[in-house]
Design a protein around this ligand. Structure first.
Ligand SMILES: Cc1cc2nc3c(=O)[nH]c(=O)nc-3n(C[C@H](O)[C@H](O)[C@H](O)COP(=O)(O)O)c2cc1C
Length: 179
């Protein structure tokens, strides 16, 4: 949106709570801050938000399509390249695939591509409860993402996701200090 902070690639996976909290704690607050939202959901998150009746309200927040499916080769890209990506919540399934470079759906493809773009910061909020988070592979995958420049949000954001938008602001300021 002209004059606003820019385009925010808002991505979510099928983690507990996403079906209500994604709109209330992320999409609506981000829109209020002036972000133009490019929303992409994993197929699981899309199904959950659809079942919860959330999709019309999400669509009302942005002029861009709410995506889950990849485009056809004959179609133009539905989203512009965002100024920043926020992947929240990110499941263990999605975090592991992102770290391994397995972009098997549109949400993962969008974030994985951004990891290769030095001027597009990526903030990820992993949500992986016990006992899954004790899996021996988990710390290594998080370290891979951190080593690639992904900003991993800490546990302090678990109770209220809106604070993740401050991490987005910080990330954008670091990359574009003059706006
Ligand atoms: C009610 C429910 C809550 C879930 N919560 C989580 C979660 O918080 N974190 C997680 O890693 N997986 C969670 N899962 C499992 C994921 O939904 C599952 O791994 C799914 O394949 C994730 O797909 P996605 O990463 O493509 O969205 C949950 C599953 C259900 C049914």
């Amino acid at each position: 949106m002209s004059g606003g902070p820019g385009v925010l690639g808002l991505v979510a996976a099928g983690a507990g709570g996403v079906e209500k909290r994604f709109r209330l704690e992320l999409a609506e607050p981000a829109a209020r801050r002036g972000w133009r939202l490019a929303i992409t959901l994993t197929p699981t998150a899309y199904r959950w938000l659809d079942a919860a009746g959330e999709l019309p309200q999400l669509r009302a927040l942005t002029d861009l399509p709410v995506r889950a499916e990849p485009r056809l080769p004959s179609e133009p890209k539905p989203h512009p390249v965002p100024d920043c990506f926020l992947f929240a919540p990110a499941t263990m399934n999605s975090v592991v695939k992102l770290a391994l470079g397995l972009p098997e759906n549109q949400a993962l493809a969008a974030v994985a591509e951004a990891m290769g773009m030095p001027r597009v910061p990526v903030v990820v909020h992993p949500q992986c409860g016990e006992p899954l988070s004790r899996h021996p592979a988990w710390p290594g995958h998080l370290a891979t993402l951190a080593g690639a420049g992904v900003r991993l949000a800490g546990e302090e954001h678990a109770a209220d996701w809106t604070g993740l938008l401050d991490l987005v602001d910080d990330a954008v300021r670091q990359i574009r200090p003059n706006g």
